[in-house]
Design a protein around this ligand. Structure first.
Ligand code: CA
Length: 190
């Protein structure tokens, strides 16, 4: 059985970086797709249905955050890794709050980027609008709506509590390392 290569959309206006990412991703067995602006990125999301998006923030026509916000508002849960030259904490926090799965700070090494890509794929859940509901015993977790119910009664959770629960139900049945949980829920600062 041959597995179709996972499509990775690279939204990056720096041509040399985009080209080198394309070559490297192809060498790793992925199917890279290029876009040099938010407008082309948007088009490629619709036409190519990427499995993951590498998203630069400083793009010529708009801020990459615009595309991130649009996709998440439309219920699109494609994993997104933000490539940022903005090394300030506020931008990273904003990107994560808007629904980015991860970020890498430029300049980054390819080994690090590939590790982030593999991690994002591991965490991927097939979220398709309202179908993003995971049932574990009598607990139901709606990942898209960020709601949890137990025996149909809503459980009120803080943002972090929900993130922690979501991370565990996504990987139900698998052991989850403490460090992975910290990174997934609290990010890199810990
Ligand atoms: Ca840029």
């Amino acid at each position: 059985m041959t597995k179709e290569a996972q499509r990775i959309l690279i939204v990056e206006d720096d041509k040399s970086l985009r080209t080198s990412l394309t070559h490297s991703l192809r060498a790793e067995g992925y199917h890279p797709i290029e876009a040099a602006s938010v407008a082309f990125g948007r088009l490629q999301v619709q036409e190519s249905r990427p499995d993951l998006i590498l998203l630069d923030l400083g793009l010529p026509d708009a801020d990459g955050m615009t595309l991130l916000r649009e996709l998440r508002a439309a219920g699109d849960a494609t994993p997104i890794i933000v490539l940022t030259a903005r090394d300030d904490e506020a931008s990273k926090v904003k990107a994560l709050d808007l629904g980015a799965d991860d970020y890498v700070s430029k300049p980054f090494g390819l080994a690090e980027l590939f590790a982030r890509v593999r991690s994002a794929f591991r965490h991927r859940v097939q979220v398709r609008g309202s179908a993003a509901v995971v049932q574990v015993g009598d607990v139901q977790v709606d990942l898209a709506q960020r709601r949890a119910t137990k025996n149909a009664v809503e459980v009120h959770l803080s943002r972090k509590e929900f993130d922690l629960l979501a991370e565990l139900v996504i990987r139900q049945g698998q052991p989850v390392a403490h460090a992975d949980l910290l990174r997934a829920v609290w990010g890199d600062e810990n």
